[in-house]
Ligand binder design. Structure first.
Ligand code: GLV
Ligand code: GLV
Length: 321
């Protein structure tokens, strides 16, 4: 029997073609985020599920799929939406797409940093509101990055790519995380390892690149924000719940920190209304990996992972539970 492959969101054609070679593909028409009830119904009898980062995939969903389910392949590097242990207990392999979105995400993180420190959003809003303006030497002054310190939380692939960009802008690098980076990575980046509290106190920019887990949920809360310099900026391109968004909106409004660049939000697609009122925040709607090249590479890798498991081969990039 041909495997049944449930794809929760429309994928680039190349990826769909790989899946269609391997099995019978079902996907929602028209493309939309499936509400939980519809997702449960859709997966019944699935051998494989190809999902995205907002689909909650837990043991109950695997049970709704039934005993044929062998693989859940997410088109994302972050897999906080998937209960990997519950799936492993049911013999289901989970795969993600590391590596292929590293540069795109680091580019976007650095873009948000430039946007907020050079006040690009404010400038654009000023022009679009047709407010009269004139060049003068004090007009819309921002903050230069040269000679400042970037504190990276989570020096994985994306954190390292962010640090490389920062080095090219003349920044020095500090980092924190569960473990020390390899000595050659530390040497290449000139990166100093610091505990989180010291990193927050010393950095001019704090950029988040850790995954969302129970230990990183609200890692950046009111106390963490209070530890940062009032002149410091926060960049978040990982997952919204790593930051207490209400505490961040409050710190930004009070001048507790200087600004923020945010690509992710606690309750996507909603954004804390306080953030929308503030000029010292650069906002993007979860665009970290959103280039044509990167999304094609992610979807193709996700499809190859699903096909490999369905054929009885080892997946290319399994998530280890
Ligand atoms: C995007 O947010 C991803 O995890 O791939
Ligand atoms: C994943 O690619 C990471 O940032 O470690």
């Amino acid at each position: 029997m041909r495997p049944r492959i449930v794809v929760t969101r429309k994928l680039p054609e190349d990826a769909l073609a790989l899946l269609r070679e391997a099995g019978d593909v079902w996907l929602p028409e028209p493309d939309r985020a499936l509400p939980a009830g519809e997702l449960h119904d859709a997966v019944a009898g699935a051998d494989g599920i190809v999902c995205t980062l907002h689909d909650p995939i837990d043991g109950a969903l695997a049970d709704a799929a039934g005993d044929r389910l062998r693989v859940v392949s997410t088109v994302a590097v972050g897999h906080d939406n998937i209960d990997v242990a519950a799936l492993a207990a049911r013999g289901v392999v989970v795969t993600n797409t590391p590596g292929v979105l590293t540069d795109a995400t680091a580019d976007l993180a650095f873009g948000l940093l430039l946007s907020v420190t050079r006040r690009l959003g404010e400038g654009e809003r000023l022009l679009r509101s047709r407010t009269p303006w004139q060049f003068d030497l004090g007009f819309l002054l921002g903050t230069g990055l040269q000679g400042t310190t970037l504190g990276i939380v989570g020096l994985g692939q994306i954190g390292t790519a962010m640090a490389r960009r920062a080095r090219a802008f003349g920044m020095s690098i500090a980092y924190t995380g569960r473990r020390r980076a390899d000595a050659d990575v530390e040497a290449e980046l000139g990166a100093r390892y610091l505990p989180l509290d010291a990193l927050l106190r010393e950095s001019d920019v704090v950029s988040l690149h850790c995954p969302l887990t129970e230990s990183t949920r609200h890692l950046i809360d009111a106390d963490a924000l209070a530890a940062m310099k009032p002149t410091a900026y926060l960049v978040n391109t990982t997952r919204g719940p790593v930051v207490d968004e209400a505490a961040l909106a409050d710190a930004l409004a009070r001048g507790g920190i200087a600004g923020a660049g945010l690509d992710v939000f606690e309750k996507e697609p909603d954004v804390h209304p306080g953030l929308l009122e503030l000029d010292n925040v650069a906002l993007a709607p979860h665009l970290g990996s959103a280039t044509l090249q990167t999304r094609t590479a992610m979807a193709t890798l996700a499809a190859r992972n699903a096909v490999a498991v369905l054929r009885g081969d080892a997946p290319l990039t399994p998530v280890r539970g």
